[in-house]
Design a binder for this molecule. Structure first.
Ligand SMILES: *Cc1c(COP(=O)(O)O)cnc(C)c1O
Length: 420
C-alpha cells in the first residue's frame, strides 16, 4: 500500500492516477485531462514527455545509467558540473559542484560545508545558522532546523535545535532602502551579536516559496551579502525553487547581482524527470577543503550522486533553456499572469504577487480556499494551494490558452466566493 506525503491517510485517499503527460497536460487513467499549473512541485519546466529530453535519456541509458562517484566518474556528471559552474554566479569564474539526490540533501550538504569551512580554517565555535522566518529548506533534520516552524515540522519541534531567525524583509520586490531600514538593522544586530557562533546565513533569494510565495527586495540580498562578508558569516542561497528562470532571471541572485558562498539547486535542475540536486561552492569555500591529509576533505557521498541519467537530462534541459530563449517565454508568462490577475478581485484577497513565471494570491484566511483543489480538478486544472495562498508556477512551455484557462479557474473561484 502506498503512503502519500503530507497526507492524512485515515480515509484511504485515492488520488487521480496519471497515465501520460504531454506538454503542460496530464492525461488521467479515467480519460480526463488536467492542465498542470504548478509543474509537479515546480520542477517540470519543459512540461511532460519532452521529445529532446526523452531522447537524451534513451541515448544515455544505452551507455551507462549510474556508476558510483567514490573513485569513478562519468562524462555527463563532469559536463554538468562544468556547465553549472559556468552559469551560476561566481567571483573568479569558478564554482565547484557537489551532487546529491534531492534538494533537502543538497541543503544538508551546504550546511555541512559551511560548518566544516570554518573548522578547516581553524576558526572554532561557529555552530549556528541564521535564517529567515517563513523560510523552507527541506524535510530532513538540519533542513527543518533552518526552516521556519510549519505544518511540515510541527511533530518534531521537541527534537529540533533551532538557530536564529530574522523577519521576512518587508515591502515586496520594489521595497526602498527606507522600507527595509528596520530589516537591515535587525540583520546587522543579529550578526553583530552572534557572528562568533554563526557559520552561515541561509535564505531563499527573492521568493520564499513553500512559506507562502513571499517576495522581497534584491536590496535585502545585497545588504545580506555585504554584512555577511563584514561579519565573517557565509551566505548560502537556496535556489532549489527559484533556480532556472522561475523569478525571471536564470538564478534569483542575479536580481541583486550578488555572488553567494554556497548555493543549492534542485527541483527544475532535472526538468522534473528524476531526483537530483547540486550544492555549488565558491572557489574560496572549496579551497579550504584542500590539504595533504584526509581530515579536511568533505565527508559526504550519497549513493546516487552524479547519476548519469539525471546529469544527462539536466544538461539537455539547460541547453534547451538557453537555445530557445526561455527567459523570453518567462517574461510572456509574467505578462499574462499580471494581466489575468488584474481582473481577479475579491474582499477575501490580501495581496497578489507576481514575479517571473510565478503568481500567488494570498487570502485573509485559508478557509476561503477550502475545496479549491477539488473545484479546479473539476474544471480540468491541477492547482494545489499552500495554506492561505493559491499560486501558479506553470511549465515554461505552457500554451497561452492553457495558461489563461488555469488563471480563469482561479478567477472563477473568487467570483463564486464573492457571490456567497
Ligand atoms: C523543495 C525545496 C527544498 C527541498 O527539496 P526536496 O527535493 O524536496 O528535498 C529545499 N529548499 C527549497 C527552497 C525548496 O523549495
Amino acid at each position: 500500500m502506498l503512503w502519500y506525503p503530507y497526507t492524512q491517510m485515515k480515509n484511504r485517499p485515492s488520488f487521480p492516477v496519471v497515465k501520460k503527460g504531454e506538454g503542460a497536460m496530464l492525461h488521467l487513467e479515467d480519460g480526463t485531462q488536467l492542465i498542470d499549473g504548478i509543474s509537479s512541485w515546480w520542477s517540470a519546466i519543459h512540461g511532460y514527455n519532452h521529445p529532446q529530453l526523452n531522447e537524451a535519456i534513451l541515448h544515455q541509458v544505452n551507455k551507462i545509467s549510474h556508476v558510483m562517484m567514490g573513485g569513478l566518474s562519468n562524462a555527463p556528471a563532469l559536463q554538468l558540473a562544468k556547465k553549472l559552474s559556468a552559469i551560476t554566479p561566481s567571483l573568479k569564474g569558478r564554482n565547484y559542484v557537489f551532487f546529491s539526490d534531492s534538494g533537502s540533501v543538497a541543503v544538508e550538504v551546504g550546511l555541512k560545508m559551511a560548518f566544516q569551512y570554518w573548522k578547516n580554517l581553524g576558526i572554532m565555535g561557529k555552530n549556528k545558522i541564521l535564517s529567515l522566518k517563513n523560510g523552507y529548506h527541506g524535510d530532513t533534520f538540519k533542513a527543518m532546523e533552518v526552516s521556519d516552524d510549519s505544518d511540515f515540522s510541527r511533530a518534531f519541534s521537541d527534537v529540533l535545535q533551532k538557530g536564529i531567525f530574522l523577519d521576512t524583509p518587508k515591502g515586496g520586490f520594489f521595497a526602498t532602502e527606507q522600507t527595509l531600514d528596520h530589516d537591515f538593522e535587525q540583520l546587522e544586530a543579529a550578526l553583530q551579536k552572534h557572528h562568533q557562533q554563526l557559520a552561515a546565513f541561509i535564505l531563499e533569494p527573492i521568493v520564499q516559496c513553500a512559506g507562502g510565495f513571499l517576495v522581497y527586495s534584491p536590496l535585502y540580498l545585497k545588504k545580506a551579502r555585504e554584512l555577511c562578508t563584514k561579519y565573517n558569516v557565509l551566505l548560502l542561497l537556496d535556489e532549489i525553487a527559484t533556480g532556472f528562470g522561475r523569478t525571471g532571471k536564470c538564478f534569483a541572485a542575479e536580481h541583486a547581482g550578488i555572488v553567494p558562498d554556497i548555493m543549492m539547486v534542485g527541483k527544475a535542475l532535472t526538468a522534473g524527470y528524476m531526483g537530483h540536486a547540486a550544492t555549488i561552492a565558491s572557489e574560496e569555500v572549496y579551497s579550504s577543503f584542500l590539504a595533504d591529509g584526509y581530515e579536511k576533505a568533505f565527508m559526504h557521498g550519497p549513493t546516487f550522486m552524479g547519476n548519469a541519467l539525471a546529469c544527462t537530462v539536466a544538461l539537455k534541459s539547460i541547453e534547451i533553456f538557453e537555445e530557445e530563449n526561455y527567459l523570453k517565454k518567462i517574461k510572456e508568462i509574467e505578462f499574462i499572469i499580471n494581466h489575468e490577475f488584474s481582473g481577479i478581485n475579491s474582499g477575501y484577497i490580501v495581496q497578489k504577487r507576481v514575479l517571473g513565471a510565478m503568481g500567488a494570491i494570498e487570502v485573509s484566511d485559508k478557509k476561503y480556499l477550502a475545496g479549491f483543489k477539488e473545484y479546479s480538478l473539476k474544471e480540468g486544472v491541477w492547482l494545489r494551494p499552500i495554506g492561505n495562498v493559491v499560486y501558479v508556477m506553470p511549465p515554461y512551455i505552457i500554451e497561452e490558452w492553457e495558461l489563461r484557462k488555469v488563471l480563469g479557474v482561479i478567477k472563477g473561484w473568487f467570483e463564486r466566493k464573492n457571490e456567497e
